[in-house]
Design a protein around this ligand. Structure first.
Ligand code: BES
Ligand code: MN
Ligand code: MN
Length: 457
C-alpha cells in the first residue's frame, strides 16, 4: 500500500484531467435531447475501465441507458467487492445561475465546478483511479467488479431487471458505493441510512379552457388557487404531514440512537448562514439533523400553470400542475404511501375541479449495520487516511437501488461517500473538492485491504 502514495503523487494531475474530461459529457438522463451524450459517456467510462486494467469490460444494454460493467478476478477464494456508481447527471438548469457553464469544468479555490462533479462522476471515478493504482502496483487484495449505471437520476427503472438477469455475474461480498456525503473534511462520516422516496405529479383541471380573469374571475374555480389550498393543507400546524396513515408504519428511532445523533458535530447557525436563512422550519419535536434523516417529509418540487411569460396577461387558467416528493423512512412502503397520497388528494379536491395523480418513481429507505466486516473495514480505512474515526450517520437523500440489491442479489452496501453537503448537488455550481477526490482515491485501497484481511479470519 505504501507505494500507492507515490503513484498518486506522480499521477495527480492526470487523474484530475481525466475527471475533467469525463465531466465534459452532458449525460443528462432525464432529457431526451441528451440521449447521444449519455451513450457516449457510457463508452468513455468503458474506456477508462479498460485503461485501468479491468477485464470483461462491456457496455450492457438495458431497456433504457446501458450499464457499464468491468471486473478483475484475481482469485475465486478471495472476497469480491462490487463497485456501484452512476455516470448520468441531473439537468443543469437554471443555467443562468451557474458562474461557469455546467459542462465546462473549472478548477477554482480547490474545487472542481461542473454538473456531476460530486454526484456522481467525481465520486464514481475515484474508484476507477483507486483500482488503477492497485492494478499498476500489483497490490489488488481482492476481486473487483464494477457496475456503473446511467439511469440513477431518473429512478433506475431498468436496474432491477438487469440485476435479475446478471445475478451470477454480479455475485459479490459487498457493494461499495460512493454517492453520499460526509460531515466535513476534518470529521468524516459513513452513511448508515438513506430515506425512501415516492415521487408523483398532480394535475388539477378547472374550466375546459383558459378564461378572461375579469369576465370569469370570482365565479369559476381557479385551479392554481385550488392546488395551492390543497398543497398547503398537506402539513398541519406542527409541520407534520397531514395525510391519514402517513406515519402508521414509521419506525421510531430509539432514544439511544437519537442521543448519539445529537452528538454529531453540527452547528445550526453555520447551517443557516450557508443557506442565507433566518430560521429553519420542520416537524415539531425533532432537531434539524433528525428532520433530514429519521423523519419522513413531503415537498413540492415544482408548480406551474397559467401565464408565466413576460409582462401581465389576465388569465384564469384551465390547469395547474405540481411535482411532489415524499421522503420515507424505514418500514414505510413507497407504493403504499403513493396510494395513501392519491386517495387523500382526490378526497380533498373540491367538486369544482378534477384531479389526476400520476406516480413517477419510488424506492425504499435503507439502514446499514455498523458491526459488519464491511463497515469496520470502511471505518478503519477512513481512520487511516483522515486520522479520525468516522461517525456513522443517517442521511436524507435516497439511493433506492440499495434495498433492491439487498432483495435481488442478497448483498448489503457500504455508503462510502466523500462529498460534502455544501457541494450543491442537483443545484447550480455543483462542485467537488480536489482534496475530497484525492482523499477518496487514497482511502479506497485501504478499504479493499482491510476488507480482505478481516474477511479471512
Ligand atoms: N447521490 C444522490 C443521493 C444522495 C445524495 C444521498 C446526498 C445522500 C446524500 C442520488 O444521485 C440522488 O440524487 N438520488 C435521488 C433519488 C433518485 C431516485 C432520483 C434523490 O435523493 O433525490
Ligand atoms: Mn448520486
Ligand atoms: Mn443525484
Amino acid at each position: 500500500m505504501k507505494q500507492l502514495n507515490a503513484y498518486l503523487e506522480q499521477n495527480k494531475q492526470r487523474f484530475l484531467d481525466e475527471l475533467v474530461a469525463l465531466l465534459r459529457f452532458p449525460s443528462i438522463s432525464a432529457d431526451k435531447n441528451y440521449e447521444p451524450d449519455v451513450l457516449q459517456t457510457a463508452d468513455a467510462v468503458k474506456d477508462f475501465l479498460l485503461q485501468a486494467g479491468a477485464e470483461q469490460v462491456s457496455v450492457i444494454s438495458t431497456a433504457g441507458f446501458p450499464v457499464v460493467y468491468g471486473e478483475k478476478i484475481i482469485n475465486a477464494n478471495l472476497p469480491t467487492v462490487l463497485v456501484y456508481g452512476h455516470y448520468d447527471v441531473q439537468p443543469a438548469d437554471p443555467l443562468e445561475l451557474w458562474n461557469s457553464p455546467p459542462f465546462e469544468p473549472v478548477i477554482k479555490d480547490g474545487n472542481i465546478y461542473a454538473r456531476g462533479a460530486c454526484d456522481d462522476k467525481g465520486q464514481m471515478f475515484m474508484h476507477v483511479k483507486a483500482f488503477e493504482m492497485m492494478m499498476k502496483n500489483n497490490c489488488l487484495p481482492c476481486n473487483v467488479k464494477f457496475m456503473i449505471e446511467g439511469e440513477e437520476e431518473i429512478g433506475s427503472a431498468n436496474l432491477e431487471t438487469f440485476a435479475v438477469q446478471h445475478k451470477e455475474k454480479l455475485q459479490a461480498d459487498v457493494i461499495l458505493i460512493s454517492d453520499t456525503s460526509m460531515i466535513s473534511n476534518e470529521q468524516p462520516s459513513i452513511t448508515t441510512g438513506l430515506r425512501g422516496l415516492s415521487y408523483l405529479e398532480v394535475e388539477v383541471t378547472g374550466p375546459n379552457r383558459d378564461l378572461h380573469s375579469g369576465v370569469y374571475g370570482g365565479a369559476v374555480a381557479n385551479p392554481i388557487n385550488i392546488l395551492c389550498d390543497m398543497i398547503s393543507s398537506l402539513h398541519d400546524a406542527d409541520r407534520k404531514v397531514n395525510i391519514p396513515g402517513f406515519y402508521d408504519e414509521v419506525q421510531e428511532v430509539s432514544a439511544e440512537e437519537r442521543n448519539s445523533m445529537s452528538k454529531a458535530p453540527f452547528s445550526l447557525s453555520d447551517y443557516k448562514a450557508h443557506l442565507d436563512i433566518q430560521d429553519v422550519l420542520g416537524e415539531k419535536g425533532y432537531s434539524t439533523l433528525e428532520r433530514v434523516s429519521i423523519r419522513p417529509t413531503l415537498d413540492v418540487n415544482g408548480i406551474w400553470g397559467g401565464y408565466t411569460g413576460q409582462g401581465a396577461k389576465t388569465v384564469l387558467p384551465s390547469k395547474a400542475y405540481a411535482k411532489i416528493s415524499m421522503r420515507l423512512v424505514p418500514n414505510q412502503n413507497s407504493e403504499k404511501i403513493m396510494q395513501l397520497f392519491e386517495e387523500h388528494f382526490k378526497r380533498i379536491a373540491p367538486s369544482c375541479v378534477q384531479v389526476k395523480v400520476m406516480p413517477h418513481h419510488g424506492g425504499e429507505a435503507a439502514v446499514t449495520p455498523t458491526d459488519s466486516i464491511a463497515y469496520r473495514a470502511a471505518s478503519k480505512a477512513m481512520e487511516q487516511t483522515f486520522g479520525v474515526t468516522p461517525i456513522p450517520l443517517r442521511t436524507g437523500g435516497s439511493i433506492p437501488i440499495v434495498t433492491m440489491f439487498e432483495r435481488v442479489l442478497g448483498i448489503k452496501s457500504i455508503l462510502f461517500g466523500f462529498g460534502l453537503d455544501s457541494d450543491a448537488i442537483h443545484s447550480p455550481n455543483e462542485k467537488f473538492g480536489v482534496f475530497n477526490y484525492y482523499k477518496g482515491i487514497e482511502t479506497i485501497p485501504y478499504f479493499y485491504q482491510y476488507f480482505a484481511e478481516m474477511s479471512r479470519v
